[in-house]
Design a protein. Sequence first.
Length: 430
Amino acid sequence: MPVQRAAADASFAYDTAVVGLGYVGLPTALALQDSGLRVLGLDVSDARIADIRTGRADLLDADHQRLASALAAGPGAFVLSSEAGPLPEAETVLVCVPTPIDEHLAPDLTALRAACRTAVEHAVPGQTLVLTSTTYVGCTRDLLVGPLRERGFEVGADIFVAFAPERIDPGNDRHTQQQVPRVVGGVTSECVKRAAALLEHCAGSVHAVSSVEAAEMTKLYENTFRAVNISMANEFADISRGLGLDITEVITAAATKPYGFMPFFPGPGVGGHCIPCDPHYLLWQLRGDRVTSPLIETAMTLVAGRPTKVVQRAVEVLAEREMCIVGARVLIRGVAYKPGVADVRESPALEIIERLRRAGARVWFTDELVDTVRVGGVDLTSVLAPEATDWDLVIVHTVHPGSDVSWLSDVPAVLDTTYRLGELTHRSVL
């Protein structure tokens, strides 16, 4: 039986609810609240809610200021909860939960399925549901549209559904949400209209596409493009080292071309919630359809193999000093997956540490933004004064903005996987 249609003047206690307050959801919630909307923030983790309320969440400085203002705002302006009960009081619901991959490189949809199920169970007439989490093509229809229709909703009339992939670069204050355009695809034109009306509060502009599937594919294309080009940059770095060339100099020179080129730089691998994971959502779907994608498959294989190359190169650098990897004192400088964040999700550093330890090395790390990491079932604590220890080798993985790495000049062997420390005359590159 169809649900009762919403009255045209239906009122809601909140303008929007954001389900999932992680590296995407929290900045999104803060941007929406800062624009004057009443925001309900939901997260299943009480610990995460506590970190947000006490200001301990990992955010850009500007978002920390927004968080302080939001927490000090009047009643109903910014409400945090780990319970889904208040969801029917929100006019729009944004689903912003992680979409990782499992050990078999298959999509782990556990969090997404749970969040969408919660949104559907609490949906009321007149609401707009917007999925922002990266996923496979067709997921919005599978997890939102179909279940809503089973409840008796007429999507596009009683309730509205859209997909608008997130575009947040953690730790990057050069491209704020308010500057970056957002893509949105809806089940109907009215769905697009309503979703766009919300996104305009936190985006530079809104670009509408013809369907939710087109929007889903847009996100997969964006991050697969990056994965392919990073793998090529890594390969050129290996080639350049063999030819005695500085790959950073080469890429910087190529980037002077004002058309037809975009610079990508090599490194120890890729981490975070996008590049190591998102292309696998597409490959997983293609495998189900018995379709191959040789270029993407090769690129992701190369991306996954980069940490192994770091360890192999570390063995070579130590051998050049007539040292063995077994028993060597090795320090990893920075374990966050990128500069400026405390995020270690999918960080290549974790695999590098584990592989070094398996090879017999004694391994430590230092990172001013990361206190501890768990590798192979063992908790490691950041070394506070790395300059006070005689290391056999320091592997530079991540250098945060403003970090003092001058002490590396006194280290006998440095493996620079960032390719950015050209002032160190005694360094080796990956």
